[in-house]
Ligand binder design. Structure first.
Ligand SMILES: [Ca+2]
Ligand SMILES: [Ca+2]
Length: 188
C-alpha cells in the first residue's frame, strides 16, 4: 500500500507544471540589420502554457551610436515594456545586456556596451500573470540619422508564477490518494 501512495505522490509531482523553474527561449530570426531611422522587429515563439512570475531579457546588438535606440519588448497579449530609451550617448553596442527588475543598476545610469544586468526603463513585472504562450516581439527603433547596427540575438528567461496543475490530473491524483488512504485505514 505504501508503494501505491509513493507512486501517486510521484505522479502528482510530475503533474505539477514547472513551478519556479526558469526556461530560456532564444530568438532564431537573427541577425537582422538595424537600418537608419527605422524600426526592426524580431519575434520569438514561446510554446509553453506559462504565466510568468518573473521575466528577464538578454539582448546582443551592434550599433555605432546607441543613443539612437529605443528598444521595447512586447508580449503575445500586446503588453509593451520599454527596456531602454536612447541611453549611452555615442557609445557602441549592447553586449550580453540582461534586463532584470532585480538588478542593482538602472540602464538609465549605465554606459555602452552595457555588459551585465540592469533594470529596464519600465518594470518587466508588467508581464507577470498574463499568458506568455505565443509570439513575443523585440522592437528596436533607430530614431536618429547616420549610425546603424545589427541585432545579433536576444533571449527571454521566464520563471512561471503560481502555477496550477492540470485539473484532471490533480483530481485523479488526489482522488487516488484518498481512495488508497481510506483503504489502508479500513484494513488497519
Ligand atoms: Ca527578474
Ligand atoms: Ca541611426
Amino acid at each position: 500500500m505504501n508503494a501505491m501512495i509513493t507512486t501517486l505522490l510521484f505522479a502528482l509531482l510530475l503533474a505539477w507544471p514547472d513551478y519556479a523553474r526558469a526556461t530560456v527561449y532564444v530568438s532564431s530570426d537573427v541577425p537582422k540589420p538595424i537600418p537608419d531611422v527605422a524600426a526592426t522587429d524580431s519575434t520569438l515563439s514561446v510554446p509553453d502554457l506559462v504565466f510568468p512570475g518573473d521575466v528577464n531579457v538578454t539582448i546582443n546588438l551592434t550599433h555605432t551610436f546607441v543613443a539612437d535606440l529605443h528598444i521595447s519588448l512586447i508580449s503575445p497579449s500586446s503588453i509593451s515594456v520599454d527596456l531602454v530609451r536612447n541611453r549611452g550617448g555615442a557609445g557602441d553596442n549592447f553586449t550580453n545586456t540582461t534586463f532584470d527588475d532585480s538588478a542593482a543598476t538602472s540602464i538609465a545610469t549605465a554606459g555602452a556596451p552595457f555588459t551585465g544586468t540592469f533594470r529596464p526603463e519600465e518594470p518587466l513585472s508588467g508581464f507577470n500573470g498574463a499568458i506568455a504562450q505565443g509570439v513575443w516581439t523585440l522592437h528596436v527603433a533607430d530614431e536618429a540619422a547616420i549610425d546603424v547596427g545589427t541585432l545579433l540575438g536576444w533571449s527571454l528567461d521566464i520563471t512561471p508564477g503560481a502555477a496550477v496543475p492540470e485539473p484532471s490530473i490533480l483530481a485523479l491524483c488526489i482522488g487516488g490518494l484518498i481512495a488508497v488512504t481510506i483503504g489502508a485505514l479500513k484494513r488497519s
